[in-house]
Write a protein that binds this ligand. Structure first.
Ligand code: ZN
Length: 192
């Protein structure tokens, strides 16, 4: 297979739209990847293309541990993984079921049901969990204000941010931060 400019761009930009169309192998590492793999972009002259992972492995390349090109996902699993990835990359924006179903070219109802069946939670729950995980990271790693962190993770209304945070973690953002830092509990009341 020839490395056209389109294919090269798909590799450089980790474009998931090309997954399933080809596998690229890197001569210097001996590893083969899906187009969407987030591993460091290889040098073009070291890249070889294969129609699928089987053929790359037969040519002596090992499947990448990160993107697992040999994994046989059903099209439904691939589809849901794509939606989850979209959420991972866009959780800071106002996401609704509408936005997601437009992205996924699906009816909101079908998306909701399929997502829940495969992931054990609704897309809405997945969005909130992603936001709160990011907020926890920012609360422990920075001194940024609670409201500021809320906006950064896509929950710009502070009371709403605090409510969602509390629902998922059992404590307020300020409480979470101070208990992480071993501060006295009194600090959390005044900071809220
Ligand atoms: Zn990979």
């Amino acid at each position: 297979m020839e490395i056209t400019e389109k294919i090269w761009q798909a590799i450089v930009q980790c474009d998931p739209a090309y997954d399933g169309r080809f596998i690229y192998a890197v001569l210097t590492t001996g590893i083969c990847c899906r187009p969407s793999c987030k591993s460091r972009a290889p040098k073009k002259e070291n890249v070889r293309l294969f129609p699928d992972a089987d053929q790359a492995c037969r040519a002596g390349f090992r499947p990448c541990k990160r993107c697992r090109p040999c994994r046989q996902d059903s099209p439904m699993e691939e589809w849901i993984a794509l939606i989850a990835e979209y959420i991972d990359n866009n959780f800071d924006k106002p996401l609704t079921l509408e936005t997601l179903s437009n992205f996924a070219h699906s009816s909101p109802y079908h998306l909701l049901r399929s997502f829940k069946r495969l992931r054990g939670m609704t897309p809405g729950e997945y969005i909130q969990r992603t936001r709160i995980n990011k907020a926890k990271e920012l609360l422990t790693a920075s001194d940024r204000k609670i409201a500021d962190i809320g906006s950064t993770v896509g929950l710009p209304n502070p009371p709403h941010f605090i409510t969602v945070f509390k629902k998922l973690t059992g404590c307020t953002p300020a409480g979470f931060r101070s208990s992480y830092r071993g501060e006295p509990r009194a600090a959390q009341r005044s900071a809220d």
